[in-house]
Every structure is written in structure tokens, then in C-alpha cells.
Design a protein. Sequence first.
Length: 278
Amino acid sequence: MNAPSSDLFANPAASAPVRVGIGGWTYAPWRNNFYPAGLVQKRELEYASRHLTAIEVNGTFYGAQKPATYAKWRAETPDGFVFSLKAPGHITARRVLADTGKAIDAFVFGGLEQLGDRLGPILWQLPPNKVFERADLTAFLEQLPRAIDAYPLRHVLEVRHESFKCADYVETARKFRVPTVFTDSPDYPSFADATGDFMYARLMRSASAVATGYSGAQLDAWARRAREWSAGKDSSDLPRVADARQAAKPRPRDVYIYFISAAKERNPAAAMALLERL
């Protein structure tokens, strides 16, 4: 087979405050509808990072990677591209989060600095059976490192139990300026309270029957919400559990939107369609 032409690897405008991507980059069905014919598997990250502006890495949920692996990811991706990393599940699945300090440090200081400016938010995904306990969550958030060398760290929390839909949780997250994932899913609580300095959405409703996963109207709505979030505003049509906290002058903020799960084969098309609208 002929190698793909070099123009397939043009760098998109990745410096925008809204970054859009998918979960991972290795998925066999994407070789039929996202990756071009003739593209060897070892170049899939190179290709994906030049058609999207971010990727959420699920593999780190099952175990940290070697520093050399993080360095390789950085070398294969263009300036402005970022990785969001799911923190290891053996940390977030513990019954008592307050006891995870050593495990947190082992992950964060175990080579993430090799990603340099490619390191985006670290996603701490709590399991569906984890109930909101203010003292325990506070102790956990206090232990999250705020920087690696010269690079500030960004943390984001995904909660999956209905008990987190309360003003006490929102207040706690805001105290530590840790954003809460807006999970567009029928299975988990979804609320768009701004609790940190950036916004993070994981969209889980892509449909196989729709070529772009989400319909044009749905993508238009998400483009509008992304612009509102980026401008420092709240999106009025998304649910919240606490009163909106408006600053006197809204400040611009970064936004991360990932198309995850559901009809996974459609997610690259959904991400690219949203990027076109932005």
C-alpha cells in the first residue's frame, strides 16, 4: 500500500481554548471510517493528534505508563495538542479516599512530567458506589499535587453517585477549584455547575445510525455551550444543583469536550464535526 500523503497530517488550530477529542486512539473500527487506508498502526496517534485537539487516555486508569511512553506520546503530537489522563482506578476505587496520598504521588510523579506541555487535566473518576462524604473528599482534594516541576497541574473530578448532586459537594469542589465533569449520559448524574477554572464534558450519547454520532442540531447546541463556557458564562439549558455563581466580569476559560463510549465508531466524526463548528 502507498503511504498516506503528508497533507493528512496538517496540524489543526490547537491553540483555541476549546479542545475537542475522543477516548484513546487505538480502536479497530476507526481503521474503516477515520484512519486512511494504508496508515500503519504506529502512526495512528500522529494522525489523530492532527485532526483532533485532545485525547483522553483510558489506559492509565488500569495502570501508569512508563516515563519513556509519555515522552514518546509527546514526540508524536504537535504543539498545542493535549492529553487528558484518567487516574488509576486502584486509587479512586478505594473506600477511603483520604488514604490515597502515596498512591496519588506515585502516579503523578511517576513520569507525567515527560508529557511537558502536552499534559492536560488529570481525570479522577469515582466509581458509581462512591457516596459523597464531605470530610473524605476534602482530604482527598487536599492531597492532589498542584504542579510538576514548572508545569501547573489541572485536576478534574467525575462523580457517579446521585449523592453528589448537592450544594455541599459544589461548595467543596469550588473551595479547591476542581472542575466537575459534565457527563452527558443517561446512567450517571449530569450537572453543569462550574466548580473550577475550566470546563470538562464527556459526551456519551453518540448513535450508530448518525454518521456524525450526534445530529447536526445536537452538535450546534454543544458548539454554543462550548462558546458560552469559554467566555466564562454558564450554559442556561444544562442542569445545575446549586445557584449559578456569576463573577462581576466573566473570565475566559479553557474547555475540554470528549466524545466517549456509546457508538464509539462514530466518535471521531462527532469530534471533527464539532471542531468544524468552532
